[in-house]
Design a protein around this ligand. Structure first.
Ligand SMILES: NC(=O)c1ccc[n+]([C@@H]2O[C@H](COP(=O)([O-])OP(=O)(O)OC[C@H]3O[C@@H](n4cnc5c(N)ncnc54)[C@H](OP(=O)(O)O)[C@@H]3O)[C@@H](O)[C@H]2O)c1
Length: 271
């Protein structure tokens, strides 16, 4: 697994990590056991960066359980997502309990009340409980405000959507992040399920074999990571086998412009 420095956070991260939206919002011992098996596959594949949020129901708790006894092997990214400072402090208190008293990357989810939450997170960073602070947004209509937050100098990483059918970050966000030295975490590498609905044939994937690509998911992950401004992609899955498949995309060689254009054409049906 290739590692990249997540911008000015200074964290060395694997290029493939894992998200937990929907997939880890589960209850009961069988489902929690499956979540643990997905984390097993992630750790075995070197994809030891895990992203969560209090917005994802039980996911933070389930991730904490799945990491029980092996928190030291993981990098944990989670978020604060609530309107008030006081509720944010309560969310953070709970999350720190799940994750052994420390979080590697704490993000303000969808920029909700970011000014007050950043102040709380800065205190925790100074106290050594948070290693780096970031901000996320999934919707390009909020990218103006995201740029404003990026320019405050108070965050060292962003989390944004990027895949062949959601390319708005190419307009300003990725170049600004590179100029400011911010880490870039890529959410929604498969546009949730959308990019998996119509998959290319094995014959269409054939030209990508020399890049170690054997599945459509790997082609999409390599498409993202072949842009060096992106440091890590965090696909979510309920399947240990798919987690292993996704982790296997985290090795060079990376695509050139020609392969990126080819994958984009496959994704948009413009063959
Ligand atoms: N505002 C925010 O901060 C924000 C917003 C959105 C997402 N995120 C983060 O980004 C993470 C990723 O985004 P996402 O979960 O929305 O979408 P995603 O990762 O683009 O897609 C997830 C879906 O892809 C499927 N999948 C995964 N690997 C696959 C493979 N190899 N082949 C075929 N299908 C595969 C999964 O289904 P199976 O379970 O059946 O494999 C799952 O339904 C989230 O989990 C979350 O941590 C953050």
């Amino acid at each position: 697994m290739e590692h990249r420095t997540l911008g000015n956070t200074g964290l060395s991260v694997p290029v493939i990590g894992m998200g937990t939206w929907k997939t880890f919002d589960v209850q009961g011992s069988a489902a929690i056991g499956n979540a643990r098996a997905v984390v097993d596959a992630a750790l075995q594949g070197g994809a030891n960066f895990f992203d969560s949020s209090p917005m994802y129901g039980q996911a933070e708790y389930v991730l904490g359980e799945a990491l029980r006894g092996r928190r030291d092997q993981a990098l944990v990214a989670t978020k604060v997502w609530t309107q008030t400072k006081r509720d944010g402090q309560e969310q953070i208190r709970r999350a720190l309990q799940y994750f052994g008293g420390r979080v590697d990357l704490y993000q303000v989810h969808n920029l909700v009340n970011w000014r007050e939450h950043l102040a709380t997170l800065e205190q925790l960073r100074d106290a050594g409980q948070v290693r780096a602070i970031g901000a996320t947004h999934y919707d390009s209509s909020a990218f103006g405000e995201l740029r404003q937050v990026m320019q405050t100098g108070r965050i060292t990483a962003i989390q944004i959507p990027y895949n062949p059918v959601e390319r708005e970050v190419e307009q300003e966000i990725l170049s600004l992040a590179a100029d400011l030295g911010l880490g870039v975490v890529v959410m929604r590498p498969f546009a949730q399920q959308a990019l998996m609905q119509h998959q290319p044939t094995p014959k269409e994937l054939e030209p990508l074999k020399a890049f170690g690509v054997t599945t459509w998911g790997q082609a999409l992950l390599k498409w993202i990571l072949s842009d060096p401004r992106c440091h890590i992609a965090i696909p979510a899955t309920t399947s240990p086998a798919r987690m292993a498949e996704n982790a296997a995309a985290g090795e060079p060689p990376w695509f050139g412009q020609q392969e990126r254009d080819y994958v984009a054409r496959l994704a948009t049906g413009r063959k």
